[in-house]
Design a protein. Structure first.
Length: 324
């Protein structure tokens, strides 16, 4: 796998523009229907199409976005976040390293007037971005939802933003309440690098068989043991490596190739190793049917390399309507 990994890494642009990755727009009706959930899966259809994006702040009820103060009592808040992850060592707190959780909790502590601890719906890795991250926290502060959003954003760096805040039922937990998560991995397929997208895509100009990659992607759908597609640390960690992938599909938009994958939950590096394996299929090093053997074998050495973090974005996290 050493030579394969080296060749797949060639041509990667240096990853930090701030905010939403360029080109992420509202979806058309046709695009919204393209990623319908499998039968029996609850929640809204995940973001899809070349311009799929998570719900905007306007989707949060207006009574939770008013300005002012309210009576003091402990309550649960849900925050919708977006961030450019280039300068951060992932979401979760790490000693002596900048993290999204670290800067967010620092800003919230100053805004709320008490120590804040958040729970994330998705713990993104180092260098990974988000336009649809969700966190929850408990607070006794009297600020209403909109005041919390404004006060927190005033204390955050420019590459992290709270899009919306809502008060939610006490049972809501951003991680445990989630129905599914949607990620997107973006390839830039032109021969020349794109300097505007190098923070948010992987420049990969090698010839690829897109039809074969699409056939292989369908073999990832369903309930599987994904031990072969995660780090050795994740393989040896307590807990199951079985996950349910709801959809795994490729879309093209000019020189952009987007891999959209939706699952009940993800393991560390799972999406990036999926993409690395699918690139081997596209190059002809693996056949689409070989994906089945890779999964059954649970051997990391048989899968593709872990592609760079810059191309990966957390697009959306869905929750039951009574938790929203």
């Amino acid at each position: 796998m050493g030579s394969r990994s080296a060749s797949l890494s060639a041509g990667m642009g240096a990853p930090p523009t701030v905010g939403r990755p360029p080109g992420v727009q509202e979806r058309s009706a046709a695009e919204r229907g393209d990623l319908d959930l499998a039968p029996g899966v609850q929640g809204r259809s995940p973001a899809g199409g070349a311009g799929g994006c998570p719900p905007r702040a306007s989707s949060i009820p207006s009574q939770d976005r008013g300005v002012g103060t309210r009576n003091s009592s402990e309550r649960t808040l849900r925050l919708a976040l977006e961030y450019d992850g280039t300068a951060y060592r992932g979401f979760g707190i790490q000693p002596a390293a900048p993290t999204i959780q670290g800067v967010l909790e620092g800003a919230l502590t100053a805004a709320l007037g008490h120590p804040a601890r958040v729970v994330a719906g998705g713990r993104t890795d180092s260098g990974v971005h988000a336009v649809g991250q969700v966190v929850s926290l408990r607070t006794t502060a009297r600020l209403d939802a909109e005041a919390v959003r404004r006060a927190t954003n005033a204390r955050l760096p420019a590459d992290v933003r709270v899009r919306a805040v809502a008060e939610v039922p006490d049972k809501f937990d951003a991680r445990r309440s989630a129905l599914w998560r949607a990620y997107r991995y973006t390839l830039w397929r032109d021969a020349a690098p794109n300097i505007w997208w190098q923070r948010y895509s992987y420049h990969y100009a090698w010839p690829l068989d897109l039809a074969a990659m699409r056939r292989a992607s369908r073999r990832l759908e369903g309930r599987h043991d994904f031990a072969a597609l995660v780090t050795h640390q994740a393989q040896n960690a307590p807990g199951s490596t079985v996950r349910r992938v709801i959809t795994a599909r490729w879309r093209t938009d000019g020189a952009f190739w987007h891999f959209d994958v939706v699952a009940d939950a993800f393991l560390r590096h799972m999406v990036r190793t999926m993409v690395g394996t699918l690139l081997l299929v596209g190059r002809g090093d693996l056949a689409p049917r070989d994906v089945d053997a890779v999964l059954r074998g649970r051997d990391r050495r048989r899968a593709g390399p872990t592609v760079p973090a810059a191309g990966l974005t957390l697009m959306e996290i869905a929750y039951p309507s009574n938790d929203a």
